[in-house]
Structure formats: structure tokens, C-alpha cells
Design a protein around this ligand. Structure first.
Ligand code: CMP
Length: 145
């Protein structure tokens, strides 16, 4: 499969706060290589259904450019844009998709397969802790609504 350039990869990491590791353990090069091989670019046009609520999960998504709407039972509950990500809940919790995600503008995204997601969070424990924290926050919000 096509590997994204390390420049694109660095740009994406700069743009997506989640992807930036905060721990200085000398493994940044290793991490960068792993991310560069794992992330696959994908584009969507307004109205595209990127994720359907209730479906089985295969990937999570990072937004380089664009805006998506998150719908639960047909109601918009959130909008996510440049530098954000989505589709992590089903992967972390091993449950069906909790919401539908639709492109609101043209979107340049990067996808990460569940296999690569799992291998990254096994190898980089700090990334697992961060994703768990974000997952908890999003799910707490869902429970409140
Ligand atoms: P997942 O359940 O895999 O697929 C739908 C995604 O929508 C979900 O992961 C989250 O990334 C996102 N999502 C669901 N509910 C919310 C919310 N309340 N706020 C922001 N994002 C959400």
C-alpha cells in the first residue's frame, strides 16, 4: 500500500493535536514511521455518509481539512473540523458505531484501520491513555444527552 510522505505525516501530526505524542522517550522516529505506514488518505464530498450508526467498525478518521456532522438518531449532536478525529469509540469499546458521521464540506481525511489502531496503542501506552480519556469524555456527554 501507498505510504504517505514524512512531510505530509508531520503536517498532519502538527494539525491533529491528538496525534502528537507528549512523552519524550526517544521513540518519536519509530512512532512517525508507524503513523506514516498506517494512515491512508481519503476524500469525501458534502453529503457523504462516512460512518453509519449501528454498523460494525473498521477504521477511525483524522481530519486534515473539512467539517463533518455527528448525528445520533438523526439529530446533529456535534460538528468536528480540521484537526479533529472521529470513529474511535467503536474501536476502543468494541461496540457498533454510536453515531452517523456525514461530510458537511469537502473533506480530506486520513483513515486508520482497527488493526493498526490496536497495534499503535499496544506499542505506545501513552497514546492508549489519551484515547481512553477522550473516549470517556465523549461517552459521558452521550450519557448526559
Ligand atoms: P464511533 O462510535 O466509532 O462512530 C461514530 C463517532 O462519532 C464516534 O465513534 C465518535 O467519534 C463520534 N461521536 C459520537 N458521539 C459524539 C459526541 N457526542 N460528540 C462528538 N463526537 C461524537
Amino acid at each position: 500500500r501507498r505510504e504517505i510522505s514524512s512531510i505530509t505525516c508531520k503536517q498532519l501530526i502538527e494539525k491533529v493535536p491528538f496525534l502528537k505524542r507528549e512523552i519524550r522517550d526517544g521513540r518519536d522516529g519509530l512512532y512517525l514511521g508507524k503513523i506514516a505506514t498506517a494512515l491512508i488518505p481519503a476524500t469525501f464530498i458534502p453529503g457523504d455518509r462516512i460512518i453509519c450508526q449501528g454498523e460494525q467498525a473498521t477504521h477511525m478518521f483524522f481530519i486534515l481539512n473539512g467539517k463533518v456532522d455527528v448525528l445520533v438518531n438523526g439529530n446533529v449532536v456535534a460538528t468536528i473540523c480540521d484537526g479533529g478525529f472521529f470513529g474511535e469509540v467503536a474501536l476502543v469499546a468494541n461496540i457498533p458505531r454510536t453515531a452517523t458521521v456525514i461530510a458537511a464540506t469537502p473533506c480530506n481525511l486520513y483513515t486508520l484501520s482497527s488493526a493498526d489502531f490496536n497495534s499503535i496503542i499496544v506499542e505506545f501506552e501513552d497514546m492508549r491513555e489519551r484515547i481512553d480519556k477522550i473516549y470517556e469524555e465523549r461517552m459521558a456527554k452521550v450519557r448526559l444527552e
